[in-house]
Structures are given as C-alpha cells and as structure tokens.
Design a protein around this ligand. Structure first.
Ligand SMILES: Nc1ncnc2c1ncn2[C@@H]1O[C@H](COP(=O)(O)OP(=O)(O)O)[C@@H](O)[C@H]1O
Ligand SMILES: *[C@@H]1O[C@H](CO)[C@@H](O)[C@H](O)[C@H]1NC(C)=O
Ligand SMILES: *[C@@H]1O[C@H](CO)[C@@H](O)[C@H](O)[C@H]1NC(C)=O
Ligand SMILES: *[C@@H]1O[C@H](CO)[C@@H](O)[C@H](O)[C@H]1NC(C)=O
Ligand SMILES: *[C@@H]1O[C@H](CO)[C@@H](O)[C@H](O)[C@H]1NC(C)=O
Ligand SMILES: [Mg+2]
Length: 592
C-alpha cells in the first residue's frame, strides 16, 4: 500500500500534472451529472446510498442507482427504491432528457410531483409509489408519449385524474391506488383499458372503470388547479436555492481539488468501486486521536482492529454513514461510525469541532471517545450502547416498553438535551433529535447521540448552504422553511419524540397519514375534541393518568408552531421533575 501513502511533498511536476487531471475532471462532470447532484441537494437524508456519488467524476455512469447509454453516456435510468430518501423531488429531474426508467418508490419523498417530469420524453416507466407526494397529478405527465408504466399509488395525492393521461397510448400498467383522488375518471383514450384494480382506495373516484356512476354525468375531469400553484411556487424558490448551492459546491470542489494531496486522489480512483472496505480507509497514513485518555490503546492496536472490520460487524446505518461494532481484545466494546468523505484533504475545522464534542461528558449523552481522520472517511469512536436505539425498542421489538421505562427515557433525553442547550459552552443545538438518536444502555437509560454531527457535516458539504438535517416528521415548521436550527427547533423535535414514546407510533405512521395528519396534527385534532389521552399506545402497561396528563401538556407546548411559545429544555426538565414521583428503587435524577 506504499504508493497510496505518498503526499503533496512528491515531485512538483507530477503534482502539477495530477492537479490538472483533477481539475479537468471537476470541470468535466457531464450536464446529466450536474442534474443528479442537484437532485441530491434536495434530499435531506437517506441510508447513505448517495454518499458514493462523486461530483469529481467525469460522468455519473458508475454512481449507485444510475445507468447510462454506453455510447452517449447520457443517463437512461435512475433507480433508488427503498433507500430512506427524504425530501422533495427536484424539478431539475426534467432535464434528464434521455431518461427511460425512473424508480424512486418506497422512500419518503414529499411535496408535489414536479410537472417538469413531463419533459422526460423518452420515459417508459415511472415508479413513485409508496412515498408522501402530495398535491395534484401534473397534467404534463400526459406528454410522456412512450410511457408504459405509471405507478403513483400509495401517496397523498389529491384532486382528480387529468384528462391528458388518456394520451399515454403505450401505457400498459397504471396504478393510482390509495391516494386522496376524487371526481370522474376520464373515459378517454387509453384510460378505458383499466379496471378498478388501478384505482382502489381513493377518496371518491367515479366512472365506468370502477363501476360507479358520477352524479354530475360529466365524463371528463377538470384539470388540476388551485393549491398546486402554491406548491409550485415553493418548488421554484427551492430550486433557486439549489442552483446557488450547486455552483457553490462546484466552486468549493475546485478549491479542494487544488489542495488535494494527490496520494489520496490516486487511491480514490483505484478504490472507487470498493467503498465497502474499511481496511483501505485506514491504510496510508490514518491517525487516531483520542480524547483525554479515553481509549487506553495504542493507535496501532486500534488501526489493526479497524482493518479487521467488515460487513458482519455493521450494527446500523443512517443518513450519515454506517455504524460498526468494534470489540477490543480486553473485552471493551465501542461503536464506530464511518462517514465517507465528500472531499479530500485535512480538515482543521472538523478536528476543532470534534475536540469540542469530545470534551462533552454527561450521564445522558453518548460519549465520543476519539476519532480517526483518514483520507477517505471520518471514523468516530463512541461508547457502545447495548440497548440499541429507542427507535428499535419502540417499533421493532416484540416486548413492549413499560410505562415507567418510557417516563425514564423521556426524562433522560430531556436532561441530555438541556445540558447541550444550557450548560455547554458554546451551546450546542442538536438538530437531529429523533428516536434513532436516543440510545439505551443496559438499564434502558436514555443517552442522546449524534449531537453536533448534523452541523459538522453540513459544514463539510458546503459552507454556504443550510441543509436541513434530521428527519421529516420531527422538524419544526420554521426549520422546514428557513433551514435555520435553534434551540427551539430541538424543543419541537423533542415534543414529537415524547409523542412517539407515548403513542408507540412513528411521527409519520401510516395511520396518521391516512387521516391526513402527522403525529402533531393528530394530537392537535384530539386536543380540540378533548380526547388527547387517546394518543397513548394501547399496548403500554402501567400508564398513570396523572403523569400522562403532565407529559401531554409538555408535548403540546413543545410542538406549538411559534418557536417563542415553546418552553426551553430547562423548563421542560423542571416540569417533568415536578410531576414525577421517583420510586425508591429509582436513581435520583442528577443533572451533572
Ligand atoms: N453508540 C452506539 N451504540 C449502539 N448502537 C448504535 C450506536 N450508534 C448507532 N447505533 C445504531 O446504529 C444505527 C445507525 O446509526 P446512525 O448512523 O447514527 O443513523 P440514525 O441515527 O439515522 O439511525 C442506530 O439506529 C443504532 O441502532
Ligand atoms: C421543459 O421543456 C420546456 C419546453 O420544451 C422548456 O421551456 C422548459 O424549460 C423545460 N423544463 C425543464 C425543467 O427542462
Ligand atoms: C405538455 O403538457 C402541457 C399540459 O398538458 C402542455 O401545455 C404543453 O404544451 C406540453 N408540452 C410539450 C412540450 O408537449
Ligand atoms: C383488471 O385488469 C387486469 C389486467 O390489467 C386483469 O388481470 C384483472 O383480472 C382485471 N380485474 C378485474 C376485476 O376485472
Ligand atoms: C395498485 O396498488 C395497490 C396497492 O399497492 C394494489 O393493491 C393493486 O393491486 C395495484 N394494482 C395494479 C393494477 O397493479
Ligand atoms: Mg444516529
């Protein structure tokens, strides 16, 4: 591996030569590649599949999920189903003029289906089912004259079915089931070929296809109007911002390319098809940094262990990367979070921030023990929490969490977060409070994890854009609009977390979506009917009405739409402490 550990101090000529290769590569990303980078910019979070898309490649043809025409190198297929993609679908997708196959089903896309899709005139299959698309079906889809498959089932689309879809003469599969569509199904063109299996589970569709007479007798549906224009306005604003961020990213990459030490450039070119191997990460000059003697091992020992890690040791993966179980010879176990780098080079900023995060110690926070800054990835070493995440405990395990445990977890999470907001200097906004970031120790005590990480990685991606990290469903309304995180946006997410713990349901559980709500909307609805206690998980044992009322009242305040109306985390902890009567066996809730 000696060749990979060369650095900038190599022969100057060779260095200049290589830099110019890097630069020509950067300039040469094909227009289709630029479109995909812009597509990625609106995605707030995923299972990490898009991390491997590298803007410095000449074309996107080797990127995950992408296929090109072998001759022209134009993108003909984009297939990213089941990757936990969260965010709106960029209207720039309409610029992929040779796209034939688009499969984004079973993700969490939201916002409208961009009418610009109607520009992909070679599209043969469009799979957008099982997302949260809302608004109307754009009539522009009727322009897709070679479309054979259209599946937009399982979204929250409303309005009626546009007449223009009748022009899709090649269409052999149509599914608009389980949406909120209503009105007459046009009995026109190709639409006469489909029967009720294509239309089941909508609010109120009528027509010959579903054997239901329409009252007004009209066979044609009026094309979409109204709310869609509002939505499109939002999209346009968004794409403006995206444009700025894309050019900023490209600019930043150019700079980075200049500074890049070419050893790692070579290494990356060769290692491109094997992003899985951790051994390659740490070969060639990786160094381990430990915080105040937290890791009583030599760098060599740790690197040896890192090299031995492989897929078998993966315990989870999230928006920012993959987590491995790292067991040392003395029996101590750690969690290693591996984040692929978007750019190369030393990152002083990153190291400084990590020093700060590593210095934060608290009973209800996950301890960051050290890190390894290699040329291809960032490896963070945390305490391993044997209880896994609260997300798993609530939604994936068969045994239910007892009421007392749930209270205790809420209390711990509140204290951890209050510590970040009020006792740290500088104060730390978490930005990504959600149940998978609340980890549990052996006694099911809560530990808040990943604090500060969202900010850290946003700054790595680009110093200009504010990318909304965190997960749809936990995000405060003002955060969704401005992308600006504050302590109060954390308080909102904490309120959602409390509701999730009380109800045992994820914030965007299908049962809420069916009713046209998310968890907060459902709570607010129940409150107007004075039935808020009904939100509680019926499987939960030991529910105490007094503490339930207090918790509901805290949650209601935390998810108020005005940030200034929400309590501080300090206040939340005070309220919680005043209502909880600790059992004799309990720990005393000490906040330091
Ligand atoms: N320190 C840790 N100890 C035990 N399990 C962990 C730890 N950190 C993360 N995990 C597991 O790995 C999963 C992925 O973590 P992460 O990459 O932070 O993504 P996310 O928080 O979005 O789920 C978590 O959901 C959790 O189950
Ligand atoms: C779609 O095509 C129309 C006309 O061909 C053009 O005006 C518009 O800019 C295109 N939109 C996109 C997103 O490519
Ligand atoms: C696409 O469809 C819209 C509405 O259905 C129509 O106004 C427009 O002219 C069409 N564009 C093209 C390029 O065919
Ligand atoms: C509906 O059409 C499909 C083919 O598109 C066919 O397989 C199915 O049997 C039809 N169902 C009914 C109830 O007619
Ligand atoms: C459409 O999707 C629904 C729900 O996923 C399914 O039940 C139905 O069979 C599908 N219809 C067709 C024609 O594929
Ligand atoms: Mg996490």
């Amino acid at each position: 591996m000696g060749i990979f550990s060369m650095n900038c101090r190599g022969p100057l000529l060779l260095y200049i030569l290589l830099v110019s290769i890097v630069m020509s590569n950067t300039r040469a990303l094909s227009p289709d590649g630029e479109v995909l980078i812009s597509f990625r910019t609106t995605i707030l979070s995923s299972d990490g599949v898009l991390l491997q898309w590298r803007p410095e490649d000449p074309d996107p043809c080797a990127w995950k999920g992408v296929k090109c025409d072998p001759k022209t190198k134009r993108v003909i297929s984009l297939s990213l189903p089941y990757h936990k993609l969260i965010g709106p679908l960029s209207p720039d997708i309409g610029k992929l003029e040779h796209l034939q196959f688009l499969a984004l089903h079973n993700n969490n896309f939201y916002g409208t289906i961009p009418p610009e899709l109607g520009n992909c005139s070679e599209l043969r299959a469009l799979h957008l089912q099982a997302n949260y698309f809302s608004g109307f079906i754009p009539s522009e889809l009727g322009n897709l004259s070679v479309l054979e498959t259209l599946d937009i089932s399982g979204n929250t689309l409303s309005g009626s079915i546009p007449l223009s879809l009748g022009k899709l003469y090649k269409l052999s599969t149509l599914n608009v089931s389980t949406n909120f569509l209503h009105g007459p199904i046009p009995y026109d063109g190709v639409l006469v070929n489909f029967n009720e299996t294509s239309f089941v589970g909508n609010s109120d569709l009528c027509g010959k296809q579903v054997n239901k007479r329409c009252n007004d007798g009209g066979g044609s549906a009026s094309d979409s109007q109204g709310p869609i224009s509002e939505n499109q306005g939002g999209n346009k604003k968004n794409s403006g911002r995206l444009l700025i961020s894309t050019s900023a990213t490209v600019g930043a990459l150019l700079l980075v390319a200049l500074m890049c030490f070419w050893g790692c450039f070579l290494y990356k070119k060769l290692g491109k098809n094997d992003v899985k191997s951790l051994a390659m990460d740490v070969s060639g000059g990786a160094s381990i940094v430990m915080f105040h003697g937290d890791l009583p091992y030599s760098s060599k020992d740790i690197i040896k262990k890192l090299e031995a890690l492989n897929e078998e040791h993966i315990i989870g993966s999230g928006g920012f990367g993959t987590v491995y179980r790292l067991a040392m010879d003395d029996g101590c176990v750690f969690a290693l979070k591996r984040i692929l780098k978007m750019n190369d080079g030393f990152d002083r900023f990153f190291e400084r921030e990590l020093e700060i995060l590593g210095s934060i110690k608290h009973r209800y926070l996950v301890n960051l023990r050290g890190y390894c800054n290699s040329s291809t990835s960032k490896l963070l070493i945390y305490d391993f929490l044997p209880g896994g995440s609260l997300d798993e405990a609530l939604h994936e395990r068969s045994e239910q969490l007892h009421w007392d445990k749930r209270l205790n977890i809420i209390m711990g999470a509140a204290k951890g977060l209050a510590y970040l907001h009020h006792d740290c200097s500088p104060r730390i906004v978490h930005r990504d409070i959600k149940s998978s970031n609340i980890l549990l120790d052996g006694n099911l005590e809560a530990r808040v994890s990943d604090f500060g990480l969202a900010k850290l990685l946003e700054d790595e991606k680009s110093h200009i854009t504010t990318i909304v990290a965190g997960t749809f469903g936990y995000l405060a309304p003002e955060y969704m609009q401005s992308g600006r995180a504050t302590e109060k946006t954390d308080v909102y997410s904490f309120g959602v977390l409390v509701l999730e713990i009380l109800s045992g349901k994820r914030p965007t559980d299908a049962s809420f979506i069916e009713k046209g709500f998310n968890i907060v909307g459902w709570l607010n609805y129940l409150v107007t009917e004075n039935r808020q206690r009904e939100i509680v998980d019926p499987h939960c044992e030991g529910v105490q009405p007094e503490s339930l009322d207090a918790l509901l009242s805290v949650a209601i305040q935390c998810v108020l739409s005005g940030p200034e109306d929400r309590p501080t985390m300090h206040r939340v902890v005070q309220i919680l402490e005043s209502v909880m009567t600790p059992c004799p066996s309990d720990f005393s809730y000490d906040s330091s």
